[in-house]
Design a protein around this ligand. Structure first.
Ligand code: F6P
Length: 544
């Protein structure tokens, strides 16, 4: 694939030509001319239903998009990932988050070694720990049961478990307080711990590398906070556990290696929810529910690995994204879950998608001459309707949107859920079909002056993803759907989706700047004039 650039492919050129023909087609006409359109463009997988009929596509568009996927050797790329090939080439690692939820009983080999026994051993250790915390067997240093679990981590060691905890809150043990500290802004730690009793509080320090500045700084605060109350170094063993790949650094921090839950280099941070990074979630929802969630992930994995492209949900979602991103020139897409419990799903997807595919150099090391990862944004419905939907309906930008809804939700009664879902269905209908000048005139009562402002052009594309209920299994399938979608797009764009070199420079500069801010003397600043001025003003304000 290294020498295959999508733009050079005849399948790409064919899509460019098709775009010229099809861009003016309106969804109103596409639906009017084809009564079976919704059936044609709907499919089920792993408890999810995807209706993608409200997209600006024809059968030919999809055929040509699948032809592009084929030309980009997607089938081989999927097989390479699932079989542990070192596809994260710039870091020389395989990418095997699918092993974390592999329920098939089949081995998965890395360097001639089956990783499944290790995966199962860590899961077993997590289960014992989760049960011990939940039933009060695990005691704090002063003999009190643990009531509060605080996860300290950032990026992939935070967004996944924090989002999943919110999503699955109805299944959590409400006697346990579970909190998440992430930002190096100390306010985060103070806010999350101010009302907690250290004798009843356990910290999970979650960091793949165990070197991340923010997490180490917060873990240091937690240690001091805990020791101030418990007054004995030995208490650390009862109040701190770690989740990491770096046993040495964990031991150096003072956490007993017996209290470390391991994961592996072949698990990317933003793909790590199913690893020990999910520990706070398992404590909150219990091992059984956690396993149900892994089952949902696994069903989507099996679907993705085996179904033909035209029946393959992640592939379809990915190729639709390519259609808008690369041919219509859409810069972003919105994710709009109609579930308050999924409020942080867009933020989670931002890391998943933007850290994976926010690249502008292809696998050959050459600058991409095509657009890659889009901006991901969104908020739960109906809240977003009262904020930014105006722009999606009538603005000048094309914003493809994924609407995610449920037939029922664990904490909602029928009457109010109907209200939520009435909005859900109304929005995709309004986006697709709009409201014409003729409709407005026929309705009467609208002045000619206001009329143009009240026209909805429609033809705004959306996907509708529906599941019966937001269960752990459905949740797992949903996350796996987006993981694989992002992977497929990376394959088409011929970029490395599993590294994140773009986060390094800021980290390095911050390391250089910190001592300059902390120095007692005004050390000479050798930055650009803007940074120098800003830092000087900061230093003056801090030490007048
Ligand atoms: O800065 C980005 C990043 O490397 C993410 O990819 C990762 O999820 C996050 O930092 C946290 O890293 P760690 O788990 O090693 O603390």
């Amino acid at each position: 694939m290294k020498n295959v650039t999508p733009i050079g492919l005849k399948e790409w050129t064919a899509l460019e030509a098709l775009y010229e023909q099809e861009q003016a087609l309106h969804l109103r006409d596409l639906f009017r001319l084809d009564y079976s359109r919704a059936d044609r463009f709907t499919l089920q997988a792993a408890g999810l239903c995807l209706d993608y009929s409200k997209n600006r596509i024809s059968m030919e568009t999809m055929e040509k998009l699948f032809a592009l996927a084929k030309a980009c050797k997607l089938r081989q790329a999927i097989a390479d990932m699932f079989s542990g090939q070192p596809i994260n080439e710039t870091e020389g690692r395989p990418v095997l988050h699918v092993a974390l939820r592999n329920m098939s009983g089949d081995p998965i080999m890395v360097n001639n070694c089956d990783v499944m026994p290790e995966v199962q051993a860590v899961l077993a250790k997590m289960k014992l720990f989760a049960v011990d915390i939940r039933d009060g067997t695990w005691r704090g240093y002063s003999g009190m049961p643990i009531r509060n679990v605080v996860n300290i981590g950032i990026g992939g060691s935070h967004l996944g478990p924090a989002m999943a905890y919110d999503a699955l809150k109805p299944y959590t043990d409400r006697n346990l307080v579970v909190r998440f500290v992430s930002n190096v802004d100390e306010s985060d730690f103070r806010e999350q711990t101010w009302d907690l009793n250290p004798a009843e509080t356990l910290f999970i320090v979650a960091s793949k590398t165990f070197t991340t500045e923010e997490t180490m700084a917060n873990a240091g605060l937690a240690r001091a906070w805990s020791l101030e109350a418990l007054r004995d170094e030995k208490s650390i063993a009862r109040h701190f556990v770690a989740v990491s790949t770096n046993a040495k650094a964990v031991a150096e921090f003072g956490i007993d290696p017996a209290n470390m839950f391991e994961f592996w280099e072949w698990v990317g941070g933003r793909y790590s929810l199913c690893s020990a990074i999910g520990l706070p979630l398992m404590v909150a929802i219990g091992p059984e529910r956690f396993m149900e969630m892994l089952g949902g992930f696994h069903s989507m994995d099996c679907h993705f690995a085996s179904e033909p492209f035209d029946r393959n949900m992640p592939v379809i979602l990915a190729m639709l994204g390519i259609w808008y991103n690369n041919f219509f020139g859409a810069q972003s897409y919105a994710v709009l879950p109609y579930s308050q419990n999924l409020a942080s799903f867009p933020a989670y997807l931002q890391q998943l998608d933007m850290e994976s595919n926010g690249k502008s150099v292809d696998k050959r090391g050459a600058k991409t001459a095509w657009q890659t990862g889009p901006v991901v944004w969104g908020a739960p419905g109906t809240n977003g309707q009262h904020a930014f939907y105006q722009l999606i309906h009538q603005g000048t930008k094309l914003i493809p949107a994924d609407f995610i809804g449920f037939h029922r939700l664990p904490m909602s009664g029928v009457a109010q859920h109907d209200k939520l879902m009435a909005n859900f269905f109304a929005q995709t209908e309004a986006l697709a079909f709009g409201l014409t000048l003729a409709d407005l005139s026929a309705g009467g009562g609208v002045s000619e002056y206001v009329m143009p402002h009240r026209v909805f052009e429609g033809n705004r594309p959306s996907n509708t993803i529906v599941a019966d209920n937001l269960t752990p299994a459905v949740f797992g399938a949903l996350i796996a759907l987006y993981e694989h979608k992002v992977f497929v797009q990376g394959v088409i764009w011929n970029i490395f989706s599993f590294d994140q070199w773009g986060v390094q420079l800021g980290k390095l500069l911050a390391k250089k700047i910190l001592p300059e801010l902390q120095s007692e003397k005004d050390v000479e600043l050798r930055h650009d004039s803007s940074t120098n001025n800003l830092m000087t003003a900061y230093r003056r304000a801090r030490r007048p």
